[in-house]
Design a binder for this molecule. Structure first.
Ligand SMILES: [Zn+2]
Length: 343
């Protein structure tokens, strides 16, 4: 008699959020710009209850305007008890360009957390990660999404240091364009790098770290051009903003990212980090990290404690009873020396 619930509520061509439940009364949904009307499908729990659509002409076919359309559905039970369900239905404008979701696979964290109206992100990955996939979803399938650096397979190869990924979204009517960027930074390679070509070795060596450049930057208008790995030049200029070699003061925006150099260096050939242990592998610098993880010549990463604890030496000196003995002997010796000195 007093049942004013809906048993079913759906919008043809749109997904309600959250999913319909009789006790939830407010929903949101989004439809592409190309959809001008939607059909509501609803059913009251009690066949005696009546319902009324408080939108437009009150029919179940709802004509939508661009932007937010709030559709209220009033359900009246037989005894007059009432309840209102609402759907906030957004019809995207044909001139809108935005993303609904943006992610770097597999499961790399974006900073800040994605929000459709934030356009610049950063993301840190491990040194052995040389390729990622960008997942970019537009709210409207009529928007065109392009990941500029991606190959045909959709994956993006990464430089050894920073890689700037640009995701471009074009509105359905082609009048608007929105660009989202992600700077993906790989962790510093924890091994010294040896290039196969001596010329590469000279060209790609940081004059401070004496290792391959990491996130190379040059000093603006320096002649000859001075290039350093970012972390080292940052450290050197932390206290005084001068060129580390010539001691000339550095002006504003003195730091120039050497992205092209990073890219060239990433495809230069290097020896495996474990060449000294016998590995003959030669790979691009950008891909050597992944090889290093699986290299059969890789030394064991951590000392296995059993290599120590299962030796006779360890048993003799450090198992509980004998270690006590050592201590006892030691104090006895001290005592004897003490007494001999005074006798
Ligand atoms: Zn190797």
């Amino acid at each position: 008699m007093d049942n004013c619930d809906l048993d079913k509520l759906s919008v043809n061509g749109a997904q309600l959020c959250p999913s319909f439940k009789p006790d939830i009364t407010l929903y949101t949904a989004t439809v592409p710009s190309s959809i001008n009307s939607v059909k509501l499908d609803l059913l009251t729990s009690d066949s005696g209850a009546s319902c009324k659509i408080l939108f437009g002409d009150g029919s179940r076919t709802v004509n939508l305007s661009d932007g937010l359309n709030r559709i209220d559905i009033e359900v009246i039970a037989e005894d007059g008890t009432g309840k209102t369900y609402s759907i906030e239905l957004t019809k995207l404008s044909a001139s809108e360009a935005s993303l609904r979701a943006l992610a770097v696979e597999e499961h790399h964290q974006l900073h800040p957390v994605f929000s459709p109206d934030l356009y610049e992100y950063s993301c840190a990955v491990s040194f052995d990660c040389h390729v990622v996939t960008i997942q970019a979803q537009a709210p409207d399938h009529n928007m065109q999404v392009t990941v500029k650096e991606a190959c045909s397979s959709g994956s993006v190869p990464l430089n050894v240091g920073d890689t700037l990924v640009t995701v471009q979204v074009t509105s359905p009517d082609g009048t608007n364009l929105q660009v989202y960027t992600i700077t993906i930074t790989r962790e510093h390679i924890p091994f010294p790098v040896t290039f196969c070509d001596v010329k590469d070795q000279m060209m790609f060596e940081c004059p401070v770290s004496l290792n391959a450049f990491y996130r190379p930057v040059s000093i603006n208008q320096s002649d000859p051009k001075a290039i350093f790995s970012s972390p080292y030049i940052d450290m050197l200029t932390q206290r005084s903003k001068v060129h580390p070699f010539t001691e000339c003061p550095l002006g504003d925006s003195w730091k120039v990212a050497e992205t092209e150099l990073d890219k060239r260096m990433s495809s230069a050939l290097v020896n495996c980090f474990f060449a000294h242990r016998g590995c003959k592998s030669v790979l691009k610098l950008g891909e050597i990290g992944a090889h290093a993880n699986d290299c059969p010549y890789k030394p064991p990463l951590a000392l296995n404690t059993k290599d120590v604890t299962e030796t006779n030496w360890y048993r003799k000196h450090f198992t509980s009873s004998s270690s006590w003995e050592i201590e006892t002997k030691h104090s006895l010796q001290v005592g004897q020396r003490y007494f001999s000195h005074h006798s």
